[in-house]
Design a protein around this ligand. Structure first.
Ligand code: 5GP
Length: 270
């Protein structure tokens, strides 16, 4: 199975470059670039092929990753919008870009865990794969220089990163995303071990609402095949377990996001 290449992902690389050059870049992160959107209150989110791990100590460019994450994030965010979980997603623009609502990002990484893995296993000495008695929600302060440290609701309230009402809403959004994602994944034989989301504030006049922002993709989830335990997420890159695009393509193929017969040509479907 051939992974999507840069040529597959955008039919005219010259056109892509000229479109990007005309836009105003707002922010460039490790995996995405944000540009000013065409209308007030909108942003264009561009998915890069760059992969980083361990706070950017490990880096690579993985051909086709951005295309797959754009598609998968579109798929999850659209589903969430449809069941009444508000997200920043408006529509996909092309193979690498989506139009999203501009929002003020709450400076927290919200992590939901169903099974022990990663830093929770390390911190608490629980074997990876142990089912947790219930979903556990953790908060990390978003700061690369500090390595996104784990914080408690006490820190969040004391430092004013979110109010008590915000925290109630964030918890409820996180658990709804968990139920939705767990169900979607279970239906295609994948276990949702854990995931990270980010939350944005949008303002309607004096009124503020919290919405799911950033992205939901195998970059920000742990996804294990239920039968074999095979990892289908960014741990493939973090732990050198094989081809990351093969893993992400498998997730996309099972969810019907890419055509079964030809994941190498994602331009074939809209
Ligand atoms: P852990 O704390 O075990 O490293 O990560 C828990 C979950 O959150 C994993 O699914 C992991 O992919 C996700 N996660 C944690 N931090 C980040 C981050 O900075 N970026 C992304 N994309 N995902 C993260």
């Amino acid at each position: 199975m051939r992974a999507p290449t840069r040529r597959d992902s955008f039919p005219r690389p010259g056109l892509e470059r000229s479109l990007m050059a005309r836009r105003k870049k707002i922010y460039e992160g490790k995996a995405k670039i944000l540009y000013e959107g065409p209308e007030p209150g909108t942003i264009v989110q561009y998915f890069k092929d760059d992969a980083t791990a361990f706070n950017a100590e490990k880096k690579d460019v993985i051909d086709g990753k951005g295309v797959l994450n754009n598609r998968l994030s579109e798929f999850f965010m659209t589903g969430l919008n449809q069941i009444g979980v508000p997200t920043h997603f408006i529509r996909r623009l092309n193979m690498r870009e989506q139009l999203v609502r501009n929002c003020e990002i709450v400076p927290l990484e919200v992590i939901v865990r169903n099974y022990a893995a990663g830093t929770m296993s390390k911190r608490l000495g629980i074997a990876e794969g142990t089912q947790l008695p219930r979903p556990i929600v953790e908060y990390c302060y978003k700061d690369d220089a500090l390595g996104d440290p784990l914080v408690t609701e006490e820190h969040i309230a004391a430092f004013g990163w979110a109010s008590q009402q915000d925290m109630d809403d964030i918890l409820s959004l996180a658990l709804r995303v968990n139920d939705f994602m767990s169900g979607m994944m279970l239906a295609v034989g994948i276990r949702l071990v854990d995931f990270k989301i980010e939350i944005g504030r949008v303002f309607d006049g004096d009124f503020q609402r919290l919405i799911v922002a950033d992205e939901i993709s195998p970059d920000s989830c742990r996804l294990w095949d239920i039968e074999t335990g095979q990892k289908l997420d960014k741990d493939v890159f973090r732990r050198d377990l094989g081809s990351l695009t093969d893993a992400y393509s498998e997730v996309a193929r099972r969810l019907g996001v890419l055509p079964k017969s030809n994941v190498a040509k994602p331009t074939l479907i809209n």
